[in-house]
Design a protein around this ligand. Structure first.
Ligand code: ATP
Length: 259
Protein backbone atom coordinates (compact mmCIF):
# COMPACT_ATOMS: atom_id res chain seq x y z
CA UNK A 1 0.00 0.00 0.00
CA UNK A 2 1.21 3.51 -0.82
CA UNK A 3 1.13 5.92 2.11
CA UNK A 4 2.14 8.93 -0.01
CA UNK A 5 1.51 9.78 -3.66
CA UNK A 6 2.99 13.01 -4.98
CA UNK A 7 1.27 13.77 -8.27
CA UNK A 8 2.21 16.39 -10.88
CA UNK A 9 3.69 18.68 -8.24
CA UNK A 10 4.93 22.05 -9.53
CA UNK A 11 5.98 25.29 -7.88
CA UNK A 12 7.79 28.34 -9.26
CA UNK A 13 9.51 31.25 -7.54
CA UNK A 14 9.40 34.17 -9.92
CA UNK A 15 10.58 32.69 -13.22
CA UNK A 16 12.32 29.73 -11.59
CA UNK A 17 10.58 26.33 -11.72
CA UNK A 18 11.84 24.88 -8.43
CA UNK A 19 9.67 21.74 -8.76
CA UNK A 20 8.50 20.73 -12.22
CA UNK A 21 5.67 18.21 -12.62
CA UNK A 22 7.12 15.77 -10.09
CA UNK A 23 5.59 12.34 -9.44
CA UNK A 24 6.64 9.72 -6.92
CA UNK A 25 4.99 7.20 -4.58
CA UNK A 26 6.13 5.92 -1.21
CA UNK A 27 5.30 2.44 0.09
CA UNK A 28 3.89 2.22 3.63
CA UNK A 29 6.49 1.28 6.28
CA UNK A 30 9.42 1.90 3.89
CA UNK A 31 12.41 4.24 3.96
CA UNK A 32 12.40 6.39 0.83
CA UNK A 33 15.11 8.84 -0.21
CA UNK A 34 14.94 12.03 -2.26
CA UNK A 35 18.32 13.05 -3.65
CA UNK A 36 19.73 15.61 -6.07
CA UNK A 37 22.48 18.21 -6.39
CA UNK A 38 22.38 21.54 -4.51
CA UNK A 39 19.35 23.59 -5.50
CA UNK A 40 17.63 20.61 -7.20
CA UNK A 41 14.39 21.32 -5.33
CA UNK A 42 14.45 18.68 -2.55
CA UNK A 43 13.61 20.93 0.40
CA UNK A 44 10.98 22.69 -1.72
CA UNK A 45 9.29 19.31 -2.29
CA UNK A 46 9.34 18.69 1.48
CA UNK A 47 7.98 22.17 2.12
CA UNK A 48 5.08 21.49 -0.26
CA UNK A 49 4.27 18.11 1.31
CA UNK A 50 4.35 19.52 4.85
CA UNK A 51 2.37 22.57 3.67
CA UNK A 52 4.95 25.26 4.42
CA UNK A 53 4.57 26.08 0.72
CA UNK A 54 1.47 25.90 -1.45
CA UNK A 55 2.39 24.45 -4.84
CA UNK A 56 1.10 25.97 -8.09
CA UNK A 57 -0.39 22.61 -9.09
CA UNK A 58 -0.47 18.93 -8.21
CA UNK A 59 -1.67 16.69 -5.41
CA UNK A 60 -0.11 15.27 -2.26
CA UNK A 61 -2.23 12.20 -1.46
CA UNK A 62 -1.66 10.80 2.02
CA UNK A 63 -3.19 7.55 3.36
CA UNK A 64 -2.06 7.10 6.97
CA UNK A 65 -4.96 4.78 7.92
CA UNK A 66 -6.33 3.57 4.61
CA UNK A 67 -8.37 6.73 4.06
CA UNK A 68 -6.77 9.00 1.43
CA UNK A 69 -6.61 12.78 1.89
CA UNK A 70 -5.02 15.49 -0.24
CA UNK A 71 -2.71 17.31 2.17
CA UNK A 72 -3.03 20.42 0.00
CA UNK A 73 -6.59 20.75 1.36
CA UNK A 74 -5.13 21.34 4.84
CA UNK A 75 -3.18 24.10 6.57
CA UNK A 76 0.33 23.62 7.89
CA UNK A 77 -0.86 23.26 11.53
CA UNK A 78 -3.42 20.58 10.54
CA UNK A 79 -0.94 18.33 8.78
CA UNK A 80 0.53 17.00 12.05
CA UNK A 81 -2.94 15.85 13.14
CA UNK A 82 -3.19 13.94 9.89
CA UNK A 83 -0.08 11.98 10.91
CA UNK A 84 2.85 13.74 9.26
CA UNK A 85 5.81 15.21 11.13
CA UNK A 86 9.15 16.58 9.97
CA UNK A 87 12.55 17.76 11.08
CA UNK A 88 14.39 20.73 9.58
CA UNK A 89 17.88 21.19 8.10
CA UNK A 90 18.98 23.23 11.11
CA UNK A 91 18.52 22.08 14.69
CA UNK A 92 15.33 23.70 16.01
CA UNK A 93 15.33 22.89 19.73
CA UNK A 94 14.19 25.15 22.57
CA UNK A 95 17.54 26.20 24.05
CA UNK A 96 16.26 27.10 27.51
CA UNK A 97 14.30 23.86 28.00
CA UNK A 98 15.66 20.55 29.25
CA UNK A 99 16.05 17.49 27.04
CA UNK A 100 12.87 16.00 28.51
CA UNK A 101 10.87 19.23 28.09
CA UNK A 102 11.96 19.49 24.45
CA UNK A 103 10.51 16.06 23.79
CA UNK A 104 7.33 16.80 25.73
CA UNK A 105 6.76 19.85 23.51
CA UNK A 106 6.55 17.39 20.59
CA UNK A 107 3.37 16.05 22.12
CA UNK A 108 1.75 19.49 22.07
CA UNK A 109 -1.56 19.43 20.22
CA UNK A 110 -2.10 15.75 21.00
CA UNK A 111 -3.00 16.33 24.65
CA UNK A 112 -6.63 15.84 25.65
CA UNK A 113 -6.52 18.56 28.31
CA UNK A 114 -7.62 22.13 27.69
CA UNK A 115 -6.70 25.62 28.87
CA UNK A 116 -9.18 25.74 31.81
CA UNK A 117 -8.39 22.24 33.02
CA UNK A 118 -4.67 23.06 32.94
CA UNK A 119 -5.23 26.33 34.81
CA UNK A 120 -7.13 24.53 37.57
CA UNK A 121 -4.57 21.68 37.64
CA UNK A 122 -7.40 19.15 37.63
CA UNK A 123 -6.26 15.58 38.53
CA UNK A 124 -6.57 14.28 34.95
CA UNK A 125 -4.19 17.03 33.83
CA UNK A 126 -1.46 15.68 36.09
CA UNK A 127 -2.23 12.16 34.88
CA UNK A 128 -1.95 13.25 31.25
CA UNK A 129 1.31 15.08 31.97
CA UNK A 130 2.74 11.97 33.65
CA UNK A 131 1.73 9.86 30.66
CA UNK A 132 3.46 12.27 28.26
CA UNK A 133 6.56 12.33 30.48
CA UNK A 134 6.68 8.52 30.57
CA UNK A 135 6.41 8.40 26.80
CA UNK A 136 9.26 10.95 26.44
CA UNK A 137 11.45 8.89 28.80
CA UNK A 138 10.70 5.72 26.81
CA UNK A 139 11.73 7.47 23.59
CA UNK A 140 14.95 8.76 25.19
CA UNK A 141 15.69 5.20 26.26
CA UNK A 142 14.98 3.96 22.71
CA UNK A 143 17.43 6.56 21.36
CA UNK A 144 20.06 5.50 23.94
CA UNK A 145 19.88 8.95 25.55
CA UNK A 146 18.70 7.91 29.01
CA UNK A 147 20.24 9.87 31.89
CA UNK A 148 20.41 13.30 30.23
CA UNK A 149 16.68 14.09 30.53
CA UNK A 150 17.13 16.91 33.06
CA UNK A 151 20.09 18.57 31.33
CA UNK A 152 19.68 21.62 29.13
CA UNK A 153 19.14 20.65 25.48
CA UNK A 154 21.40 23.41 24.11
CA UNK A 155 24.34 22.12 26.20
CA UNK A 156 24.28 18.76 24.41
CA UNK A 157 26.69 17.86 21.58
CA UNK A 158 25.39 18.59 18.09
CA UNK A 159 24.85 14.88 17.26
CA UNK A 160 22.73 14.47 20.40
CA UNK A 161 20.68 17.57 19.53
CA UNK A 162 19.90 16.09 16.11
CA UNK A 163 18.78 12.85 17.84
CA UNK A 164 16.54 14.90 20.16
CA UNK A 165 14.79 16.30 17.09
CA UNK A 166 14.08 12.73 16.02
CA UNK A 167 12.77 12.05 19.52
CA UNK A 168 10.48 15.05 19.38
CA UNK A 169 9.06 13.88 16.05
CA UNK A 170 8.39 10.43 17.57
CA UNK A 171 6.35 12.11 20.34
CA UNK A 172 3.81 13.21 17.73
CA UNK A 173 2.74 9.62 16.81
CA UNK A 174 3.24 10.48 13.14
CA UNK A 175 2.77 7.79 10.50
CA UNK A 176 5.07 9.52 8.01
CA UNK A 177 8.28 11.16 9.20
CA UNK A 178 10.10 13.55 6.91
CA UNK A 179 13.79 14.06 7.67
CA UNK A 180 15.56 16.99 5.98
CA UNK A 181 19.31 16.32 5.98
CA UNK A 182 19.44 14.52 9.34
CA UNK A 183 23.18 13.77 8.98
CA UNK A 184 24.23 17.37 8.19
CA UNK A 185 27.10 18.39 10.48
CA UNK A 186 27.48 14.90 11.96
CA UNK A 187 30.81 13.05 12.12
CA UNK A 188 31.19 9.51 10.73
CA UNK A 189 30.45 7.78 14.04
CA UNK A 190 27.32 9.89 14.60
CA UNK A 191 26.18 9.22 11.00
CA UNK A 192 26.59 5.44 11.44
CA UNK A 193 24.55 5.62 14.64
CA UNK A 194 21.92 7.71 12.85
CA UNK A 195 21.59 5.14 10.04
CA UNK A 196 21.03 2.38 12.57
CA UNK A 197 18.54 4.57 14.50
CA UNK A 198 16.51 5.43 11.38
CA UNK A 199 16.10 1.73 10.59
CA UNK A 200 15.18 0.94 14.22
CA UNK A 201 12.58 3.75 14.24
CA UNK A 202 10.90 2.33 11.13
CA UNK A 203 10.88 -1.21 12.57
CA UNK A 204 9.89 -0.34 16.15
CA UNK A 205 7.30 2.38 15.49
CA UNK A 206 6.00 0.97 12.19
CA UNK A 207 6.35 4.36 10.49
CA UNK A 208 7.34 5.41 6.97
CA UNK A 209 10.40 7.61 6.57
CA UNK A 210 11.03 10.08 3.75
CA UNK A 211 14.57 11.37 3.73
CA UNK A 212 16.52 14.14 2.00
CA UNK A 213 20.23 13.70 2.53
CA UNK A 214 23.53 14.65 0.87
CA UNK A 215 25.45 11.85 2.58
CA UNK A 216 25.18 9.20 -0.15
CA UNK A 217 26.58 6.49 2.14
CA UNK A 218 23.67 7.00 4.51
CA UNK A 219 21.08 7.18 1.70
CA UNK A 220 22.31 4.01 0.02
CA UNK A 221 22.51 2.21 3.38
CA UNK A 222 19.03 3.01 4.74
CA UNK A 223 16.73 3.64 1.74
CA UNK A 224 14.85 0.90 -0.06
CA UNK A 225 13.87 3.20 -2.92
CA UNK A 226 15.23 6.54 -4.06
CA UNK A 227 13.96 9.32 -6.31
CA UNK A 228 16.66 11.50 -7.87
CA UNK A 229 15.73 14.99 -9.04
CA UNK A 230 17.53 17.80 -10.84
CA UNK A 231 16.15 21.23 -11.69
CA UNK A 232 12.90 20.16 -10.01
CA UNK A 233 12.36 17.20 -12.36
CA UNK A 234 12.63 13.49 -11.67
CA UNK A 235 15.68 12.04 -13.46
CA UNK A 236 15.66 8.53 -12.00
CA UNK A 237 13.86 6.33 -9.50
CA UNK A 238 14.66 2.89 -8.16
CA UNK A 239 16.66 0.83 -5.71
CA UNK A 240 19.97 2.22 -4.38
CA UNK A 241 21.82 0.02 -6.87
CA UNK A 242 19.71 1.26 -9.81
CA UNK A 243 20.30 4.86 -8.73
CA UNK A 244 24.05 4.33 -8.41
CA UNK A 245 24.12 2.88 -11.93
CA UNK A 246 21.95 5.62 -13.48
CA UNK A 247 23.79 7.67 -16.11
CA UNK A 248 21.35 10.57 -15.57
CA UNK A 249 22.18 10.65 -11.85
CA UNK A 250 25.93 10.46 -12.48
CA UNK A 251 25.71 13.33 -14.99
CA UNK A 252 23.59 15.46 -12.65
CA UNK A 253 26.17 15.13 -9.88
CA UNK A 254 29.03 15.85 -12.28
CA UNK A 255 27.28 19.03 -13.41
CA UNK A 256 26.41 17.94 -16.94
CA UNK A 257 22.75 18.52 -16.11
CA UNK A 258 23.40 22.29 -16.54
CA UNK A 259 23.56 21.93 -20.30
N1 ATP B 1 11.17 30.68 -0.80
C1 ATP B 1 11.89 30.70 -1.92
N2 ATP B 1 11.94 31.82 -2.68
C2 ATP B 1 12.65 31.85 -3.83
N3 ATP B 1 13.37 30.81 -4.30
C3 ATP B 1 13.37 29.68 -3.58
C4 ATP B 1 12.63 29.55 -2.35
N4 ATP B 1 12.82 28.30 -1.86
C5 ATP B 1 13.64 27.67 -2.74
N5 ATP B 1 13.96 28.50 -3.76
C6 ATP B 1 14.78 28.15 -4.93
O1 ATP B 1 14.32 26.94 -5.44
C7 ATP B 1 15.40 26.12 -5.88
C8 ATP B 1 15.36 24.79 -5.15
O2 ATP B 1 15.76 25.03 -3.79
P1 ATP B 1 15.76 23.88 -2.68
O3 ATP B 1 16.21 24.50 -1.40
O4 ATP B 1 14.47 23.17 -2.70
O5 ATP B 1 16.89 22.90 -3.23
P2 ATP B 1 17.57 21.66 -2.50
O6 ATP B 1 17.61 20.56 -3.49
O7 ATP B 1 16.91 21.39 -1.21
O8 ATP B 1 19.03 22.26 -2.26
P3 ATP B 1 20.11 21.95 -1.11
O9 ATP B 1 20.53 20.54 -1.31
O10 ATP B 1 21.20 22.91 -1.42
O11 ATP B 1 19.44 22.19 0.21
C9 ATP B 1 16.68 26.91 -5.63
O12 ATP B 1 17.05 27.57 -6.82
C10 ATP B 1 16.25 27.90 -4.56
O13 ATP B 1 17.02 29.09 -4.63
Amino acid sequence: MKILKVQNLSISFGGLKAVDNLNFEVEDNSIYGLIGPNGAGKTTVFNCISRFYTPDSGKVLFSPNGEEVNLLDYQVHQVIDKGLARTFQNVELFDNLTVLENLMVGHHGKTKTNFFAEGLRLPFVNKEERRVEEKALEILDFLNLKGIENLQASAQPYGVQKMLELGRVLMSDAKLIILDEPAAGMNDTETDKLAETIKRIRDHYGVTILLVEHDMGLVMDVCERICAINFGKKIAEGTPKEIQNSVEVQEAYLGKGDE
